[in-house]
Design a protein around this ligand. Structure first.
Ligand SMILES: [Zn+2]
Ligand SMILES: [Zn+2]
Length: 210
């Protein structure tokens, strides 16, 4: 096998290995643990607010995932296929991970620009607001399909207090172009009772109430 072909296969496999990890970590290490451990707690906090902000926790998880790529996957592949292939595997894993990080942040921060972006947002916001134990894959649907957790909503209900900045106009109403995919429900302001309910439901992996 030519060297280039071997590198290409190694990259694609490692990129997709991240896709499987994305599903398994999100489902089991984040949602199933209900806030036990830092990874689960941080993720369920993400469900409480349903927004995306840069924080130092991101640096920690970036470092952690790079470490997994370069200190776990690279030496294993190196042992069997040589150091060059090991390096490609570590890079492929990191590329898969940063693709996920970028797409997830963009889903919360900016409007879709193509069919993939439209699909990803609907798929992910159904996970947030419809059924947190469905759609654990963020960038790809097929592991949800394999494990029986894929849900394809007709329309996603979005509590007004959790509306994503790109969905609403300056009056807080849903922009017309998103009316087929989303519907806003409930009131836009939160109170103490609702805030603690949102927290409890997020940590139980239950959808937020209207
Ligand atoms: Zn999210
Ligand atoms: Zn989640």
């Amino acid at each position: 096998m030519s060297q280039i072909l071997r590198f290409a296969i190694a990259f694609v496999l490692a990129f997709n290995l991240w896709g499987l990890a994305e599903y398994l970590l999100h489902r089991f290490a984040m949602h199933e643990l209900h806030g036990r451990g830092i990874m689960s707690r941080e993720h369920l906090e993400h469900h409480v607010g349903a927004g995306w902000d840069f924080s130092v926790m991101h640096l920690l998880s970036w470092a952690g995932m790079l470490l997994v790529g370069f200190a776990v996957w690279m030496p294993i592949t190196w042992y069997f296929f040589g150091w060059e292939t090991g390096l490609v595997v570590a890079i492929g894993w990191a590329a898969g991970y940063f693709f996920y990080e970028y797409q997830h942040a963009q889903a919360h921060l900016s409007a879709p620009r193509n069919r993939y972006g439209t699909w990803l947002r609907k798929h992910h916001f159904h996970h947030h607001f419809g059924h947190p134990m469905a759609n654990h894959g963020v960038t790809i649907p097929w592991w949800d399909k394999v494990f029986g957790t894929l849900e394809v909503p007709e329309q996603v209900r979005v509590p007004r207090r959790m509306v994503q900045p790109w969905m609403a106009d300056h009056n807080g109403e849903l922009k017309a172009e998103f009316e087929a995919d989303y519907v806003l429900v409930g009131s836009s302001d939160s109170n103490e009772r609702l805030a603690s309910l949102d927290r409890a439901r997020a940590f139980a992996s239950v959808a937020p109430s209207d």
